[in-house]
Design a binder for this molecule. Structure first.
Ligand SMILES: Nc1ncnc2c1ncn2[C@@H]1O[C@H](COP(=O)(O)OP(=O)(O)OP(=O)(O)O)[C@@H](O)[C@H]1O
Length: 229
């Protein structure tokens, strides 16, 4: 079963009086467990696709199925529940809480789940900080960590809720090349081990080369989707 399916999806934004067509009639299937890159020039619609998959935005027309569920017609509460249980997010600017330690940042999204006990919360926090190689930095705040370490905290935070899909909007854009490559390598290891589906946008050809599937968009249109591995 596809974990993500777009059927004739279009997205328009109003910019003052002007209509911007951010996505035009996109048809797309993403299989569970894939390591997928979305590539395209600035303004081509990469973030719009990620926002739609992440249920933080809804299409103007067409249907989107996430983990077999049609997201159209869902209420904002239902969408936020689907999002919380299915999706993890990683951002290019890391988006950590500056006043919280690394472990508190990882634990934070788990607080919304009443069915996860304090013990389970603590265990997951320790486990995922360890997976990203930051066990020793648990009590550090973001400003006491390097860019690569901050992104590792963000990866641990995204994994802590056991999502089926992790969405990453240019996760290496604010990192130097070597650090960025380490982050991608870590994401790929987790993808292979946990079978978590990773979907990330990028401008970087070296990052694209690590993907199993590469989607090219230009001017809101899907121009190619190739399985590379
Ligand atoms: N909230 C919005 N209101 C109006 N127009 C928007 C909005 N969000 C995106 N757009 C427009 O939709 C198009 C696609 O934008 P999107 O952010 O998806 O591109 P992108 O490929 O992610 O770009 P970048 O690589 O620069 O982040 C652009 O023309 C953009 O200006």
């Amino acid at each position: 079963m596809s974990i993500v399916r777009f059927v004739n999806v279009s997205k328009e934004y109003m910019l003052g009086e002007q209509k911007v067509r951010a996505l035009k009639d996109i048809n797309l299937e993403i299989e569970e467990g894939v390591f997928l890159a979305i590539a395209g020039p600035s303004g081509s619609g990469k973030s719009t696709i990620l926002n739609l998959i992440g249920c933080i935005d809804t299409p103007s027309s067409g249907n989107i199925y996430i983990n077999g569920q049609d997201v159209s017609g869902k209420t904002p509460d239902e969408l936020s529940d689907l999002r919380a249980r299915t999706i993890g997010f990683i951002f290019q600017t890391f988006n950590l809480f500056p006043v919280l330690s690394a472990e508190e940042n990882v634990e934070y999204p788990l607080l919304q789940f009443k069915d996860i006990s304090t013990k389970e919360r603590r265990e997951r926090t320790v486990k995922f900080l360890d997976i990203v190689g930051l066990a020793k930095f648990a009590h550090h705040r973001p400003n006491q960590l390097s860019g690569g370490q901050r992104q590792r905290v963000a990866i641990a935070r995204a994994l802590a809720t056991h999502p089926k899909i992790i969405l990453a909007d240019e996760p290496t854009a604010n990192l130097d090349h070597k650090t960025g490559e380490g982050i991608l390598q870590l994401m790929k290891e987790i993808n292979r081990r946990e079978q978590t589906t990773f979907i990330f946008s990028t401008h970087d050809a070296r990052v694209m080369a690590m993907a199993d599937q590469l989607i090219h968009i230009e001017d809101g249109e899907l121009i190619a989707s190739e399985i590379t591995k």
